[in-house]
Write a protein that binds this ligand. Structure first.
Ligand code: NAD
Length: 247
């Protein structure tokens, strides 16, 4: 940890990639960890797949029912998100790409301008036909009122959370920005991500190729551990709080 803190202290630019693992301590399960949504119920994967969602009404009905009771609505940022905000305040965090769709980095106080939401946000919905966007809460109110698969109020198209499902492409400008930041840093942190979802999972390699030190924070092994300069195998909140304390 002391060595990692020294790298951070002496870096011109520090970049982060976070995944579902930084939010498990806020009560939001990841997909592939030991208590992950898909680990426990592989069928749930269909709700995150665009062709299943678009072509099967029953999957959309299940998705809306799941959104209604999703733990994110009562979740609070945890020590991991807060430590990243502290690093920003110390001038030691220059880019924050996240695979998460929960908005907890912003709730923890990270500058919205700094957060790159690679997979979108579940705090908004989007019409798959006309592209209209509105707050998720408005759509959930309609579900609560009895619509089990509410269509777009403007064009009757299919509504979906404003997230990137499997089978959908990432916004090219968003991934390019994350790529540029990974190319231009001295230290790159991959926190709480299984590094199994591309193209986000390729970002640590971009950082390595451009000479950055790679630090992996994860309770479990990842495919990049052998390439990393440091692997801190513990809970994200405790590792990142320790890092802030060392600085
Ligand atoms: P993942 O589910 O594939 O992997 C999570 C990783 O975090 C695992 O390697 C696990 O070992 C690790 N982990 C779990 N708890 C941890 C903790 N407290 N400290 C340190 N490590 C911990 O997640 P992913 O790589 O982000 O990819 C999953 C996809 O699912 C992403 O596309 C993401 O958009 C989406 N997702 C998002 C959320 C969210 O927004 N909170 C939740 C579930 C899934």
């Amino acid at each position: 940890m002391k060595e990692v803190a020294a790298w951070v202290a002496n870096a011109s630019r520090v970049a982060f990639l976070t995944g579902a693992g930084i939010s498990t301590e806020s009560g939001i399960p990841d997909f592939r960890g030991p208590n992950g949504v898909w680990t426990k119920n592989p069928e749930a994967e269909k709700m995150s797949d665009i062709s299943w969602y678009m072509n099967h009404r029953e999957i959309r009905v299940k998705s809306w029912a799941a959104r209604l009771v999703h733990p994110v609505w009562n979740a609070r940022a945890n020590g991991g998100h807060e430590a990243i905000t502290a690093l920003e305040r110390l001038g030691r965090m220059h880019s924050l790409a996240t695979q998460n769709i929960d908005g907890l980095h912003q709730l923890a106080g990270s500058s919205p301008d700094l957060v790159i939401e690679l997979h979108g946000t579940m705090r908004e919905v989007m019409c798959m036909s006309c592209g209209d966007r509105l707050p998720m809460e408005q759509a959930l109110d309609r579900v609560r009122a009895g619509e089990d698969d509410p269509p777009c109020a403007k064009c009757r198209g299919i509504l979906k959370s404003a997230t990137v499902s499997f089978g959908q492409s990432l916004d090219p400008d968003v991934i390019e920005r994350a790529h540029d930041d990974a190319s231009n840093c001295d230290v790159y942190f991959a926190v709480g991500t299984s590094l199994g979802v591309y193209p986000a999972a390729a970002l640590p390699e971009v950082a390595l190729t451009n000479g950055a030190r790679l630090v992996i924070v994860n309770e479990q092994p990842t495919p990049y551990d052998g390439l990393a300069h440091a692997v801190l195998r513990d809970k994200a909140s405790s590792v990142l709080s320790d890092l802030v304390n060392e600085l």
